[in-house]
Design a protein around this ligand. Structure first.
Ligand SMILES: Cc1cc2nc3c(=O)[nH]c(=O)nc-3n(C[C@H](O)[C@H](O)[C@H](O)COP(=O)(O)O)c2cc1C
Ligand code: SF4
Ligand code: SF4
Length: 299
């Protein structure tokens, strides 16, 4: 069973492609996360968990969900991450959570997509060509990733260095505390009171009051689902998001439709500029490391 959470569609695309190629089913975790529903999930096939990366980690609400949900049937877990270029320590987190549950963790594969982190002050719009290149390259990659899962192999996941853990574990919560506030979110007059933002929020912090969304907790996960998916682009985060292009994968359906044709050409370009804190720890010589790899039903 391919389980996923997706704020802006990247992870959903990979999940659906993998399910198609593996002749498996998908399961969207949004409602379970919103409702803190930890009902048992059963699958005879391996569990494939597809999640976006937030601040070099698995989103907090997903980690909580993984810890709490009972999984029956298969004891095999694969991780699938989508990101803007760097998955940080997410592989270690996933391994810890599922090994603690007595499951066999078979590593993770990562897919580089356009970053959706609009509220990040350093976020830069990238060109349509670059967006298309990343989507198409990711589509292509699902072939080899599905093959690994189909044949029961382990992913050859990237080595996660000890220094990455040291740099992330204490820093990420502080960063989140100062950056993932809700006080700067507001809806402009162009809001049509459709309520989509309220329904999409995994943290349930949005409430419609007098036909306008209000953010009723001081912090949220900043998944970007509300601000990126608003049909009127009516949500802003202070001045940080003013004038910036909104991104959701559904806006690039034409790219997907034409992907067979331009796959070869576009996947060669790779000019990504990271818009999150980029710690190029992979270039640091080895300081020490951890070896990284290492009831709903489907049939
Ligand atoms: C709060 C937040 C933090 C992020 N941090 C990272 C990061 O550390 N590394 C990275 O490569 N991408 C980062 N991203 C980009 C997302 O991981 C990426 O766009 C992902 O594909 C979004 O998936 P979705 O469309 O399924 O929601 C971040 C995005 C958000 C919203
Ligand atoms: S999704 Fe946009 S238009 Fe709909 S209620 Fe929210 S802010 Fe208003
Ligand atoms: S308020 Fe918006 S950005 Fe924050 S968790 Fe909810 S949907 Fe995501």
């Amino acid at each position: 069973m391919v389980l996923f959470f997706s704020g802006t569609g990247n992870t959903r695309l990979v999940a659906e492609e993998l399910a198609k190629k593996l002749d498996d089913t998908t399961f969207n975790l949004l409602d379970c996360i919103r409702n803190k529903d930890y009902s048992e999930i059963h699958s005879e096939k391996p569990f494939i968990f597809c999640v976006p990366i937030y601040v070099s980690e698995i989103p907090k609400f997903i980690e909580r969900y993984f810890k709490n949900v009972p999984l029956t049937g298969s004891d095999i877990i694969y991780g699938i991450f989508t990101n803007g270029g760097y998955s940080g320590i997410a592989g270690v987190q996933l391994k810890r959570v599922f090994r603690a549950k007595g499951m066999r963790y078979k590593g993770y594969a990562e897919f580089k997509f356009p970053s959706n982190h609009l509220t990040n002050k350093g976020h830069k719009d990238i060109s349509d060509e670059e967006i298309a290149a990343r989507i198409i390259a990711s589509m292509k990659k699902t072939e080899s990733v599905a093959k690994v899962i189909r044949t029961g192999q382990e992913f050859k996941s990237r080595h996660i260095w000890l220094i990455e853990l040291i740099a992330t574990v204490p820093v990420a919560p502080i960063l989140m505390h100062f950056t993932q506030k809700t006080d700067m979110f507001y809806a402009k007059d162009s809001c049509i009171a459709c309520g989509k933002c309220e329904k999409l929020c995994p943290d349930r912090v949005i409430k419609m009051v007098d036909g306008r969304p209000t953010w009723n907790k001081s912090h949220c996960t900043h998944c970007m689902s509300c601000i990126q998916n608003c049909p009127r682009e009516a949500i802003e985060f202070g001045t940080v998001t003013e004038g910036k292009r909104r991104y959701s994968l559904s806006r690039y359906k034409d790219v997907l439709e034409n992907s067979e044709n331009n796959l070869e050409e576009t996947s060669r370009k790779d000019t990504y500029e990271e818009d999150f804190i980029n710690i190029d720890l992979c270039s640091v010589s080895c300081i020490g490391g951890m070896r990284e790899n290492g009831a709903r039903t489907n049939g």
